[in-house]
Design a protein around this ligand. Structure first.
Ligand code: SF4
Ligand code: SF4
Length: 510
């Protein structure tokens, strides 16, 4: 009988000699061999954070685990390299195709070495996860030599160029040259041509613009490819492209049509979406976290900010809408949407970063209390690992407040901070004491007293340091010095928390 356990152990040995970090998980097989409890989703989340700190990361998973992690994998961001080795009993290739990731299939020891090298190097170059299929047929003997680990210190680079670099670059063709020939052939069968005349290739994103202006290009043939890349250059004559940027123009080597109109339309669209998504109102308690982040940033740290995906949409029910986005902070952050580095499972991100010994700044993670439930072991592991982190658990209403009991159970260093506008300085002291001792702040946000007060700035005490502006509260405007608009102020007190000069004072609403 095939020795599955021995074969998996030999693969793990080979990976240990080739990667900085190995995350082992799986829903069945790997659990049998290693007794691991980590869910496949968690494994990919952890690997994503590790690779984002320039580490070469291997995930070893079984086929069922692979299927369960497709969602995370299809959006995983890669900076070092991320190679997912799937020990598959059932064929996973159709699913690699589904998420558009290359799937390599080594057949012996030599080809495994090539697969490891290739996947590791390509993963890094193209910032994509690579899949390597390792079915039970693969025989790996002792010592897979010839790869070697690239020893790298964990670093985190916020200067990643364009905003939202990872997602769109993936979609717009980072891996275009690597697509196999059969995909190119299939792409020719997925083209819609409307009208007669010179061909105009229309990108998917520009289609909703152009269909409203069809009269303007009625004399052309409009070509809509299902696959934007690779382009079927040899089968259709393309004279122009309509695209929201230069991508297709450069790819095809022809002019853009209606470039200014499309660009304007697209910019308006995006600006509108940003306003809708990231508009924030006064009183958002996360302004405090923003201020903390800026404080460390100014002290020369490169803090890493992680937020739970559940906070992407709603953090509370009273119209205090936070602004979350994962923009790289290559400039001095001014608002929350500019400081978030990861939107992922925050607890896994804390653990992953602690494992790398990241030493350039602390990790600030905002964790949903509900995500503590059932995670006792994980929290214990975090608490028992050395490193510099601050976990903030916003507790609004009573949602999952029971989960906080887990923190006592695992002897975590945590403090409940009553974020109360009637005692803002007390809250600040509490938070800072936790920051200094490394730990967890459970931020109990009581909104019952919001609205009883407004705050105002005493001009002569204010030295124009700008700290209160950093929290980005829309009620604070900049005149010669900052001024609070009493009508817009909801009395949350955060500006008083951050003003260490005592220039912000509370005024009772009559
Ligand atoms: S933080 Fe205080 S001192 Fe600094 S600008 Fe604001 S009100 Fe003035
Ligand atoms: S001005 Fe100060 S107290 Fe008023 S809403 Fe803004 S941060 Fe809160």
């Amino acid at each position: 009988m095939h020795d599955v356990k021995g074969s998996i152990m030999r693969i793990v040995d080979a990976l240990r000699n080739s990667f900085n970090d190995i995350v082992i998980t799986g829903s069945y097989l790997m659990n049998k061999v290693f007794n691991v409890k980590m869910s496949p989703e968690d494994a990919i989340n952890e690997a994503e954070v590790l690779t984002s700190m320039f580490r070469d990361v291997a995930v070893l998973i079984d086929d069922v685990g692979f299927l369960n992690s497709l969602g995370s994998l299809s959006t995983a961001r890669v900076r070092g390299s991320l190679v997912v080795f799937v020990y598959d009993i059932h064929d996973i290739r159709p699913f690699c195709g589904l998420i558009g990731l290359p799937c390599l299939e080594p057949w012996d020891q030599g080809s495994l070495v090539r697969a490891i090298k290739e996947s590791r190097d390509y993963g890094e170059s193209f910032e994509l996860p690579y899949i390597v299929r390792l079915g039970p047929w693969l025989s790996v003997g002792e010592g897979v030599n010839g790869v070697g680990i690239r020893h790298r210190e964990a670093t985190f680079n916020k200067n990643w160029g364009e905003p939202m670099r990872w997602g769109p670059s993936r979609l717009l063709g980072s891996f275009r040259k690597e697509l196999p020939e059969e995909v190119r052939v299939r792409s020719r069968d997925n083209i819609t041509i409307i009208g007669k005349g010179d061909g105009v290739l229309i990108s998917g994103s520009a289609w909703s613009f152009i269909k409203e202006h069809i009269d303007k290009i009625g004399n052309y043939s409009m070509i809509l490819p299902l696959y934007i890349n690779p382009l079927p250059k040899d089968s259709i004559s393309i004279k122009y492209v309509v695209d929201t940027g230069d991508y297709l123009m450069k790819e095809v080597g022809v002019e853009r049509l209606m470039a200014d109109d499309v660009s304007k339309w697209y910019n308006d669209l995006i600006n509108d979406a940003i306003k809708q998504l990231f508009f924030r109102e006064p009183g958002d308690p996360l302004m405090l976290i923003e201020w903390l982040f800026s404080k460390y940033w100014r002290q020369g740290e490169v803090p890493i900010m992680v937020i739970d995906p559940s906070y992407m949409h709603v953090i509370n029910t009273e119209g205090l809408t936070p602004s979350y986005d994962m923009l790289p902070t290559f400039f001095e952050p001014r608002s929350f949407d500019q400081v978030i580095d990861f939107v992922t499972n925050s607890l896994m991100a804390v653990l992953a970063s602690l494992k790398t010994n990241y030493g350039y700044g602390r990790l600030i993670a905002i964790v949903n209390p509900c995500s503590l439930l059932g995670r006792e072991e994980l929290i214990r592991e975090i608490v028992n690992t050395n490193g510099n982190y601050l976990i903030i658990i916003p507790l609004t209403e009573d949602e999952c407040s029971d989960a906080i009991g887990i923190l006592s159970k695992v002897n975590a260093n945590y403090k409940v901070v009553n974020y109360d506008p009637s005692n803002p300085l007390g809250s600040l002291q509490d938070i800072l004491s936790i920051v200094n001792s490394r730990g967890i702040a459970v931020m109990h946000i009581s909104k019952s007293s919001l609205g009883k007060y407004v705050f105002s700035i005493i001009d002569e005490y204010c030295d124009n340091c700008g700290d209160c502006l950093r929290i980005n509260c829309p009620a604070i405007q900049l005149g010669k010095k900052p001024v609070i608009d009493a009508k817009a102020c909801v009395g949350c007190g955060i500006c008083q928390l951050v003003c260490l000069r005592g220039a912000v004072t509370r005024v009772k609403v009559s």
